[in-house]
Write a protein that binds this ligand. Sequence first.
Ligand code: GAR
Length: 197
Amino acid sequence: MKNIALLASGSGSNIENIVCYFRDDARLHFPFIISNKQDAYVHERAKKLRIPSFLYNKDSFENGEVLAFLLENRIDFIVLAGFLLKVPLNIIQAYPYKIINIHPALLPKFGGKGMYGSRVHEAVVANRETESGITIHYVNENYDEGQVIFQAKCKVFPTDTPEDVAAKVHELEYRYFPEVIADVCLGDSPSKQHFST
Ligand code: GAR
């Protein structure tokens, strides 16, 4: 059995989808959710899902408190789903190729500091892109630069609003993120790549 920590800063709809997907799968266990935001809606979802959620601020991440908590709880993998704080080096070094992030665009496009959530979809539309999608990648010390594990694409039409793109991207996230988590956390090859269109 693998213990997975779920981290989110916002709504947490991906977290809810992941937890529901694996509800009857004894191989993966999600003992808690961590957020760096007190008012994040993910705390409400956590109550509904009957999973404890914890609030840790930036300092607790940086001073090793969060790492100690992860280790005490024998966490094997860390999944970021809309988690907007930069993961500090102490955690990255303790969990090499064990931290997975989802980004709502086709990296390396529309990534980096400040590129998150609706800002990404606004930039995609402003740039008149004809496609967008999701990138699931390992986390390293730079925002959105870790090795890509999986990408899936959707079309963007000239008439699409950022909200339209967001809806298509969320659909891809709900469809693929749990499968990729299963693959990474239960598979034996930590660096294999998949691409889907
Ligand atoms: C998701 O679309 C995720 O890809 C994105 O935030 C959203 C969170 O939605 N992540 C980033 O932008 C990271 N740079 P959710 O809270 O409803 O799962």
